[in-house]
Design a protein around this ligand. Structure first.
Ligand code: GAL
Ligand code: ZN
Length: 694
């Protein structure tokens, strides 16, 4: 073991042919690259050169390391061993590969936990989340913040002058395994402070939450506790504020790490790897202290464990394309995004894991790039022979031989190289996504199927089936410049949000607003007025009744004279200024308005009081696109998706059967051609609207 000192801090010789940070690392324009997540600490030193050679041979340009390495870097307090990581960084640099290092804070080592057991998280019932897995630390532990700062600083300073290191990932997947929300005493104290800051006066909290209900008044902030185990459900306003508080604890913790990394070298980028369809962390707020976001994409896993859509054979083999793209579009920012972990083959954590379809690992890389990714980095290099993830593939098998993903990755790398520099995605439509709404609705879904991601997905899928590029934005985002806006719901509504939306419409914007909008105040109690509360004048009508409905009840309506199905949620609408565009034809609602149209200023609003099934979503969305003057394609089958970036269109086949693409004469296929195999892809220099599939 070497005890490093500042004197030996330079990990690399001057000759190291490392790649310094280029604009493409934090800009929307880049030649897309392939990367991999590597754990040299799991393998004998003698193997590393071979690994690096095989990476280079596949065209891998970026390697991420170190996210769980604290125990290896600092086996005992103050006794550091960086030599192994220095060597790995050097070997990669010598091969011209960029390195992304991670702060190793997702796995505090045993000695640290024994020294300060209060670092551990607690469940709502007081059970400790013990050592022996990962993510066992509390974001509000003062001692853990100090320890995190200490290890992050030590690592960042160690590699401050190491040329191959181009940037950092903070920690790893904040909140994975339900760990955003902790219920320990440190969190209780921090929650009291958070409420004090937010409300100043406890009576303001009582009023905002509405604590007269069930005698829940608080006499002082000192009486507040985290929402621990109770007999019946918690007060929804308290739950929502706890969700906000827990999220902000992560935001603060990330800011701390990001600042330390930048202090060591301000040319590095700082990112974090978020998760797919993830509920408890507001990626917009965490991203404020990042240069760009990255996320971890496991399509066949997500299709099973966080998707309410039907699990078809194709989705088991290649994932649900719209579910994956929604996350791409959510994490894409002005500087693009990366997929930091891309599924490499079969994985260990979904209920079952059929082998992905032939070529699916290449298909996913292309899909990500089509949606604006600049790097797609597979997780992991090699199947690991120890620990919790032995049933998780890598690009190489555990004996070191190539696995299915290796050839796919190599092929994608060569294809991206041939495409050269690409600009970012230019989306004409914004889709509003609000974590506050997600948290409020998941506290009171009012139907087991009422899932925020599912509702958002219903509208998003309709846009993507028509080949429309979409930016996923916060409702408070600047909407100027978007030809049309889809807000699947704006559940919690302030006057300022309503007036911003109204300004957008008056100035010529077109909006499709979904159900449960304007029901609640930002504190999660009902608005004083009937829904849609502050949106009522914009919508030109209001909600008389709502009902949540099981599958067994018939749910049909007519919209512009055609009959459609809806599901799960229905509002009986009353037009004030608006005209009726849709009407229920089944159930107790029959004859009542379901969809309202309202022209306002130079723009228009359609309010839809139901959760639409696919055909209705398509009709609503295409009407909106027509009003906004946004061109769209014919409706593609569920397993075929097209996406446009920088004048090129990717045709992505998520089905096992081959497809033929109809394209205008004279187009150039930059990858593949018009005959696309099952789970294959083609890239053509045509617009999405010029293409169709037989
Ligand atoms: C991710 C995580 C990785 C690994 C992977 C397995 O959620 O960041 O460390 O566990 O899943 O699929
Ligand atoms: Zn805690």
């Amino acid at each position: 073991m070497t005890d490093d000192t500042d004197a030996d801090g330079d990990a690399h010789s001057d000759e190291t042919p490392g790649t310094a940070l280029t604009a493409s690392d934090a800009s929307a324009t880049a030649t897309p690259r392939i990367g991999v997540c590597y754990f040299p600490e799991h393998w004998p030193r003698e193997r590393w050169e071979t690994d690096v050679e095989q990476m280079a041979a596949a065209g891998i340009d970026v390697v991420r390391m170190g996210e769980f390495s604290w125990g290896r870097i600092e086996p005992e307090r103050g006794a550091f061993d960086f030599e192994w990581l220095d060597t790995a960084v050097s070997l990669l640099g010598d091969a011209g590969i960029d390195v992304v290092l991670c702060t190793p804070t997702a796995t505090p080592p045993k000695w640290l936990i024994d020294e300060y057991p209060e670092i551990l998280q607690e469940e709502p019932d007081g059970t400790t989340r013990e050592f022996g897995s990962r993510r066992h630390y509390c974001f509000n532990s003062a001692v853990y913040r100090e320890e995190s700062a200490r290890i992050a600083r030590r690592m960042a300073e160690r590699y401050a002058d190491a040329d191959p290191v181009v940037g950092w990932q903070t920690d790893n997947e904040y909140g994975c395994h339900h760990t955003v929300r902790c219920y320990c005493d440190d969190c209780a104290a921090a929650f009291r402070e958070w409420c004090r800051d937010r409300y100043d006066d406890v009576d303001a909290l009582n009023e905002t939450w509405g604590t007269t209900f069930w005698s829940q008044q608080y006499g002082s902030f000192d009486e507040l506790q985290p929402p621990r185990h109770t007999a019946a459900e918690h007060h929804p306003s308290r739950l929502l504020d706890y969700a906000r508080f827990a999220n902000e604890s992560v935001v603060d913790y990330n800011e701390l790490q990001a600042a330390i990394v930048r202090e060591a070298n301000d040319e590095w980028f700082v990112t974090h790897n978020f998760m797919g369809n993830f509920d408890t962390l507001d990626a917009f707020s965490v991203s404020e202290s990042l240069d760009f976001a990255t996320w971890d994409s496991y399509p066949t896993g997500f299709a099973q464990d966080r998707n309410t859509a039907e699990l078809t054979d194709d989705r088991l083999r290649a994932g649900d394309p719209d579910q994956v793209s929604l996350n791409h579009d959510l994490y894409r920012g002005p500087a693009g995004f990366w997929v930091m972990e891309q599924q490499p083959g079969d994985v260990n954590w979904p209920p079952r894991c059929p082998q992905p379809g032939e070529g699916a690992m290449r298909l996913w890389a292309h899909q990500a790039v089509a949606h604006g990714a600049n790097v797609v980095s597979y997780f992991r290099w090699r199947r690991c022979r120890q620990g919790q993830e032995q049933y998780h593939a890598g690009l190489r098998k555990h004996d070191g031989s190539p696995d299915r993903g290796y050839e796919d990755a190599a092929r994608a790398a060569a294809e991206f190289e041939s495409l050269g520099d690409l600009d970012g995605v230019d989306a004409p439509v914004a889709l509003c996504f609000s974590y506050d709404d997600l948290w409020a609705l998941s506290g009171q879904p009012h139907a087991p199927e009422f899932d925020y991601w599912g509702l958002v997905g219903a509208f998003y899928r309709a846009l993507r089936a028509r080949g429309v590029q979409v930016d996923v934005v916060e409702p408070e985002a600047d909407l100027d410049g978007y030809a049309a806006v889809v807000a699947p719901t704006l559940h919690l509504a302030s006057e300022s949000l309503a007036s911003a939306l109204e300004d957008y419409v008056v100035d010529g914007g077109h909006v499709l607003l979904g159900p449960r909008s304007g029901y609640k105040l930002p504190g999660n109690r009902l608005q004083p007025d009937l829904a849609p509360g502050p949106f009522a004048s914009l919508v030109g009508g209001h909600v008389d009744q709502h009902e949540s409905l099981p599958d067994s009840i018939e749910t049909t309506l007519t919209y512009r004279e055609t009959t459609y199905d809806y599901r799960t949620w229905a509002e009986w609408l009353v037009p004030d200024e608006a005209s009726v565009a849709g009407e229920y034809i089944s159930g107790t609602a029959a004859g009542r308005p379901a969809v309202l149209d309202h022209d306002v200023g130079d723009g228009s609003v359609t309010y839809c009081g139901v959760w639409p099934e696919a055909d209705l979503a398509d009709a609503l969305v295409t009407d909106l696109l027509d009003r906004g003057g946004v061109a769209y394609s014919g409706r593609f089958p569920e397993t075929v998706r097209v996406a446009e970036r920088d004048g090129l269109t990717w045709v992505l086949n998520f089905g096992g059967d081959p497809i033929e693409v109809d394209a205008p004469d004279g187009v150039e296929w930059r990858v593949g051609d018009a005959s696309i195999s099952g789970y294959g892809v083609g890239v053509v220099d045509a617009a999405v609207t010029e293409l169709s599939v037989q």
